[in-house]
Ligand binder design. Structure first.
Ligand code: NI
Length: 133
């Protein structure tokens, strides 16, 4: 059920993790190491602060990254919302029924301890990421 989805993080596209993170660091967030994600061809870093939603910064590694196109159009911007789900295949089935289209089959994400992730798009929602518990 969609009501079982738990908020996980918000992803923000940036052309510079160093520049964007500097503001979060001033706000007291703690930054993870920067990891390379081959699925999206991006460098990723997570920013955490007690009681605050987790922020993920995504910086394209090359111009072929899908995040590059978003940056060209919009500049630094929120890019996706991620929810954790107990079973990614069940969640995919339910979201397809709600007219979300998967961008690719679930894959293991290096930046999320090899947990299974998937991205889906719906024109009235935007981009959603799922991560399996
Ligand atoms: Ni994400």
């Amino acid at each position: 059920m969609l009501s079982s989805f738990q908020f996980h993080h918000i992803g923000i596209a940036t052309d510079s993790i160093a520049k964007t993170s500097s503001y979060y660091l001033k706000m007291g967030y703690v930054m993870s190491d920067i990891m390379y994600d081959p699925v999206q061809d991006v460098n990723i870093s997570f920013l955490k602060k007690e009681g605050m939603p987790v922020i993920e910064l995504l910086e394209p590694h090359s111009s072929i990254s899908p995040v590059s196109k978003t940056l060209e159009k919009l500049g630094v911007t929120p890019y996706h919302v991620c929810y954790s789900v107990p079973d990614i295949d069940v969640a995919l089935f339910e979201l397809r029924r709600e007219k979300f289209l998967p961008l690719f089959n679930p894959v293991q994400a290096v930046a999320l301890s090899n947990k299974k992730i998937c991205f889906l798009f719906n024109k009235d929602f935007g981009l959603i990421e799922l991560v399996e518990e």
